[in-house]
Design a protein around this ligand. Structure first.
Ligand code: SF4
Length: 329
């Protein structure tokens, strides 16, 4: 850990491409992102903008043909891009960084009781737990921690549980080895609105009580508003803006962030704000647009936007937007 600024994860100039015979999909392109201890950071953007690729890169579980092309991922002083598989398994995955995968509740093994699935995960990392009895006690504690009754849940098969209960089990699994960072990829997708709110409350409680950091990956801005301390906005493989939660929602400074926020229903001074639908589609990441990648959809586009990539502009401490509108020329 960098004790001076309390940084737990520091991603620097990361490039991750899917290298194919038809060209490289530049899914993550020159991305910087930091997460402090005990912080909830949200990474938001439309589907296909590179959010999940960034998450898989942190755990080094990129699907083929994904490749880290350059950059560093510094976790607790270690560069994860330089570690081999053995080190990642022994030191990083699940022990220090765990992940709640998108749709994970639907990939619980249908023919195994929850108890056995939890124990299997614990025993897989057997050197992290003293013995099997200790592991079972840990499973009971975690199931209670996520608000479920161990007697009812541990002896059940997944189909005997509701969607919300299954998602709680998945969250319990992610906490099995006391990680310092949990990456939650769309943790509320496919749940009804009430269950979504309960799951977000649970994540908030756990984060506060255990003191973990969370990287929340989502396209769902109301979820972000509920739980995040800071937000990074990603568009077409690039971070286009980041700031504290209040600044992002009250004072977005990148036209894409503004478009995202305006496309979500919200009450402003007791009235429902008029919704605006963002025009156009995200670009092809094999041949992204020159200059600012958002320019084909941007209502404020200027000549320079089509020619040169906008630099990051610091608007105030902790608030940065990559947009030519903020560059004094
Ligand atoms: Fe729009 Fe230009 Fe800013 Fe890109 S750089 S968001 S095209 S104004």
């Amino acid at each position: 850990m960098n004790s001076e600024n309390n940084i737990l994860l520091d991603i620097r100039k990361l490039r991750v491409y899917y290298v194919m015979s038809t060209g490289s999909v530049k899914a993550v392109d020159d991305v910087d992102l930091t997460i402090k201890n005990n912080e909830v950071v949200a990474l938001v953007g439309e589907s296909g903008c590179g959010k999940s690729t960034l998450a898989y890169s942190i755990l080094r579980i990129l699907p083929y043909p994904g490749e880290i092309i350059s950059g560093e991922i510094i976790f607790n002083g270690m560069d994860l891009t330089k570690m081999d598989e053995e080190e990642l398994r022994k030191k990083i995955r699940w022990r220090n960084i765990s992940m709640i995968f998108q749709g994970a509740m639907n990939s619980l093994n249908p023919v195994m009781k929850i108890k056995d699935q939890l124990m299997e995960a614990i025993i897989y990392h057997e050197d992290a737990i003293e013995d099997v009895d200790a592991a079972y006690l840990k499973a009971i504690e975690l199931i209670r921690r996520v608000g479920l009754d161990p007697d009812r849940v541990l002896n059940s098969y997944p189909h005997e549980l509701s969607g919300g209960m299954k998602q709680r089990v998945v969250i319990a699994m992610s906490l099995l080895l006391n990680p310092r960072l949990v990456i939650a990829d769309e943790p509320t997708t496919a749940l009804d609105v009430t269950t979504q709110a309960n799951i977000i409350d649970l994540l908030k409680d756990i984060q506060r009580e255990i003191g973990i950091s969370i990287l929340l990956i989502t396209h769902d801005l109301p979820v972000v508003a509920e739980i995040a301390d800071r937000v990074y906005v990603m568009y077409a493989g690039k971070i286009v803006e980041y700031a504290d939660i209040y600044s992002i929602f009250k004072n977005p400074q990148h036209p894409y962030t503004e478009g995202l926020i305006n496309s979500v229903p919200s009450l402003v001074e007791g009235k429902l704000r008029k919704l605006t639908i963002m025009k156009g589609e995200p670009p092809d990441l094999i041949n992204p647009p020159k200059g600012c990648r958002f320019h084909p959809r941007c209502p404020y586009k200027m000549d320079i936007c089509e020619k040169e990539e906008p630099p990051p502009v610091k608007l105030k401490e902790g608030h940065v937007a990559n947009c030519w509108l903020h560059v004094k020329r």
